[in-house]
Design a protein around this ligand. Structure first.
Ligand code: NAD
Length: 503
């Protein structure tokens, strides 16, 4: 029964474009568990059209002075702020996160746009006068041309902006392939960018699944691909893009640990962990799904407080202002989370709070999962090793600082980690030794601010360069280094057959 549903189209050369591929994907409203729209799933033909438009538009955009490019970023930021309410509602209706959280999703993306407003300063190169007799050397950063971004469902506003903000400000044209599960907000962002003065063709949105991703990875005119999603696909994208000679950064999944030292402020830590474990129904790559109390006394006190806090959680539809979190994204994802809960029971963890079978009155078909708590989870368990990506908190008891430090360090994922303590020496030791890319000290979700950069280690990130900040500017530009000499009078005509030295 999907006749007459809203259709979500590609956005190419400044206009909505239905595409002629014929394949379509369902976009659900997870609050009610029904299809609310259909998205056209494109492939090679749509991509070719988008790349052709991008190639035609990019040289003039790159030649536009950086201050003018920055002005488009300023105007875009103002327009997104003006449309915040509408964007947040649209985002929540497809993703399921509560409206306040959708606003956070948009806001964290906008902060990268804010950073991109400073692009004239960041593109300034380096200059050495007198590197040799009469010789000056300077370097400049030039855009790559046409670049692409492939994004996950869980931050449909923030992650596209992480990518296209710096890429476009640097003078590239950007092809965005958003998640086919919540594709409406990315299209709205592209429409607002056009309204802000971005020339047609500089931000193209193409929808699709694997077929579109493969077409992007193989396209000879796309110079770089930024990917965020699950680890197996990140690894695949990294390999296939590299084989095609592209620059690739591919961020993957996560299993972040929150370590509670015996001297931590327990009330603060519990409050932080509740938000980080259950906020957005656990569908965040920087969620804290594993809590590690150090010592049995800490474990007992933590468990007691967590139980009280969980009892106070309110699960509701995404428009419910009092709800702490809403439904998960699809029925399939809900089933996957519930399977993991059963697996945890089967492999011997203690299920303290079971979120399966949760039903919200009046929304019985919505994809809700109740808060779940496991205790006595051990590192050999599959449910510990794998990413669940739901409202499931696992407690792994450690007996010492060293044992706790080893857990995130040895885990195959290495996105984020948090340590809760009052001991500065322990914190310093932890920061220096933990084998994870982003660290919070008494900060539960250490997503770095826009002028630093974001990137996990191990299976959480393939490629050597982070998202946004100066790392983003480096990813979307190539360095040209010029060695110049302006000799007086005519050239001598002498050839040099050894490598020139400046000595
Ligand atoms: P996903 O890997 O299923 O999808 C990500 C993108 O890849 C989508 O655009 C999708 O269309 C595409 N895709 C899906 N299957 C593909 C295939 N077989 N071949 C090629 N492309 C394919 O991820 P998701 O479920 O949308 O997002 C959740 C995942 O993303 C979690 O693992 C989460 O940890 C991770 N994530 C990581 C970060 C980070 O910065 N490290 C941030 C957000 C989310």
């Amino acid at each position: 029964m999907t006749e007459g549903l809203r259709a979500i189209h590609h956005f190419i050369d400044g206009a909505s474009h239905a595409g002629d591929d014929g394949r379509q994907g369902d976009v659900f409203d997870p609050n009610i568990g029904a299809v609310q729209a259909r998205v056209g799933l494109g492939a090679q033909a749509q991509l070719d059209r988008a790349v052709a438009g991008a190639l035609a538009a990019q040289p003039a955009w790159a030649a536009t002075n950086p201050q003018r490019r920055a002005r488009v970023m300023f105007a875009f930021k103002a327009l997104v702020e003006k449309n915040m309410e509408e964007l947040a509602r649209l985002l929540s209706s497809e993703h399921g996160k509560v409206i306040a959280d959708s606003k956070g999703d948009i806001q964290r993306g906008l902060e990268v746009i804010e950073f991109a407003c400073g692009i004239p300063h960041m593109l300034k190169g380096e200059y050495t006068q007198g590197a040799g007799p009469g010789i000056d050397v300077y370097s400049l950063r030039q855009p790559l041309g046409v670049v692409a971004g492939i994004t996950p469902f869980n931050f449909p506003a923030m992650i596209p902006m992480w990518m296209f903000g710096p890429a476009i400000a640097c003078g590239n044209a950007f092809i965005l392939k958003p998640s086919e599960r919540d594709p409406s907000v990315p299209v709205r962002l592209a429409e607002l960018a056009k309204e802000a003065g971005l020339p047609d063709g500089i931000l193209q949105v193409v929808h699709g699944d694997k077929a579109m991703v493969d077409a992007i990875l193989d396209h000879p005119e796309i110079r770089a691909v930024s990917f965020v999603g699950s680890s197996d696909i990140a690894h695949y994208v990294y390999q296939r893009g590299a084989v095609a000679g592209k620059r690739v950064q591919a961020m993957g999944g996560a299993k972040n640990h929150g370590i509670i030292m015996p001297d931590a402020d327990l009330d603060q830590a519990v409050s932080d962990i509740m938000g980080a474990a259950y906020g957005s129904a656990g569908e965040r790559c920087m969620a804290l799904p594993v809590v590690v109390p150090v010592g049995e006394k800490t474990a007992g006190a933590l468990r007691e407080r967590l139980l009280t806090a969980i009892a106070g959680l309110k699960i509701g539809v995404s428009t419910d202002a009092d709800a702490h979190y809403g439904p998960v994204v699809t029925a399939q994802h809900k089933a996957k989370i519930e399977n993991y809960i059963q697996m945890g029971v089967d492999e011997g963890a203690e299920l303290v709070v079971d979120g399966r079978g949760f039903s919200l009155q009046g929304h019985e078909d919505g994809y809700f999962v109740g808060p779940t708590l496991f205790d006595r989870v051990t590192p050999e368990m599959r449910t510990y090793k794998e990413e669940i990506f739901g409202p499931v908190l696992q407690m792994v008891r450690a007996q010492s600082f060293e044992e706790a430090l080893a857990l995130p360090s040895k885990h195959s994922y290495g996105n984020g980690v948090a340590l809760f303590t009052r001991d500065g020496h322990a914190a310093r030791e932890f920061v220096g030794r933990v084998n994870v890319g982003m660290v919070g000290i008494n900060v539960p979700i250490p997503v770095p601010v826009a002028y630093h950069s974001f990137g996990g280690w191990k299976r959480s990130g393939f490629g050597d360069i982070n998202q946004y900040g100066m790392e983003g500017v480096r990813f979307y530009t190539k360095t040209k280094v010029v060695t110049q000499r302006w000799p007086e009078g005519a050239a001598s005509g002498d050839s040099a057959f050894i490598i020139p030295t400046m000595g």
